[in-house]
Design a protein around this ligand. Structure first.
Ligand SMILES: C/C=C/C(=O)SCCNC(=O)CCNC(=O)[C@H](O)C(C)(C)COP(=O)(O)OP(=O)(O)OC[C@H]1O[C@@H](n2cnc3c(N)ncnc32)[C@H](O)[C@@H]1OP(=O)(O)O
Length: 246
């Protein structure tokens, strides 16, 4: 287990936290590997009924580490991100998220794989792929269209304007906006409520709700091919360098 991703089992809920606070919990290969290993063992562990994702120090995640975009083929076949997305898509127990502060890029698209999401009035979401010279990932081109409809999905993914939790709730991306001192408790209570239900029925019901996982996997593969080719474009590299020089 990486120190950058920790997990703790409480009342059949596995709390998974990001801990790279100095970089706004931007996700690195090491963190994706830790997340994959955690989900894999949670899937096999009968003591885990539900997973709860959270950030730390008022930040959910600033998305993929931008320095890594210049160093490695982030979404190539067999990469840590793709392995993590595979575990996420094939995870068959409910996932809950408690989100405050920035949730950028995969910090937002990860939430589309969750079943219950609670945010705060300090949460802001952002899908900046096009502005980075990239394209949607994590199945978001499919999941978002399905979840909120084409018109609204296109607005979020193409215009790429950040949006707050009130807008996310109105769009149907999150379940509720909760006061910042209560959101984690609310998410934990909901996760424990789920975890106390008949485990097999819960798992089967979740699988039925996510019975489109084959289409999600196809979208992830399609996106990964485009993302990988855009990642090495001069346009994208100049944007990454500008961010890192800031
Ligand atoms: C396959 C997945 C794809 C994706 O996820 S694409 C999305 C990639 N992510 C982004 O484009 C977000 C980039 N980050 C930001 O825009 C901003 O940050 C925030 C809005 C999240 C927060 O802004 P603020 O509160 O002003 O913090 P700060 O001073 O920008 O960041 C603190 C330190 O964290 C580093 N950092 C933040 N995000 C990333 C990142 N995504 N990759 C690498 N480093 C990051 C900064 O550089 C800085 O570092 P230092 O203190 O050393 O200057």
């Amino acid at each position: 287990m990486s120190e950058l991703v920790t997990s703790q089992l409480i009342n059949k809920v596995l709390h998974i936290s990001f801990h790279r606070e100095d970089k706004k919990n931007a996700l690195t290969s090491e963190m994706y590997d830790a997340l994959s290993a955690t989900l894999k063992s949670a899937k096999a562990n009968d003591e885990v009924n539900v997973v709860l994702f959270k950030g730390s120090e008022g930040c959910f995640s600033a998305g993929n580490d931008i320095a890594d975009f210049l160093k490695q083929p982030v979404l190539e076949e067999g990469s840590p991100v793709l392995k993590f997305l595979h575990e996420l898509t094939n995870f068959d127990k409910p996932m809950v998220a408690a989100v405050s502060g920035p949730a950028v890029g995969i910090g937002t698209t990860l939430l589309l794989h969750c079943d219950l999401v609670y945010a705060t009035d300090q949460t802001y979401f952002s899908l900046p792929f096009v502005d980075l010279g990239l394209c949607p990932e994590a199945g978001s081109s499919y999941l978002l269209t399905r979840q909120i409809g084409y018109v609204r999905a296109a607005e979020l993914l193409l215009l790429a304007e950040p949006f707050d939790a009130a807008k996310a709730k109105e769009l149907g991306i999150i379940n509720d906006v909760v006061a910042v001192d209560k959101y984690y408790e609310v998410a934990q209570n909901k996760a424990e409520k789920l975890a106390s239900k008949p485990a097999h029925a819960l798992r089967v019901s979740r699988q039925l709700l996510r019975s489109n996982s084959g289409l999600v996997s196809k979208a992830i593969e399609r996106e990964a091919r485009s993302f990988s080719s855009l990642l090495t474009s001069d346009e994208a590299k100049a944007i990454f360098k500008k961010f890192l020089e800031k």
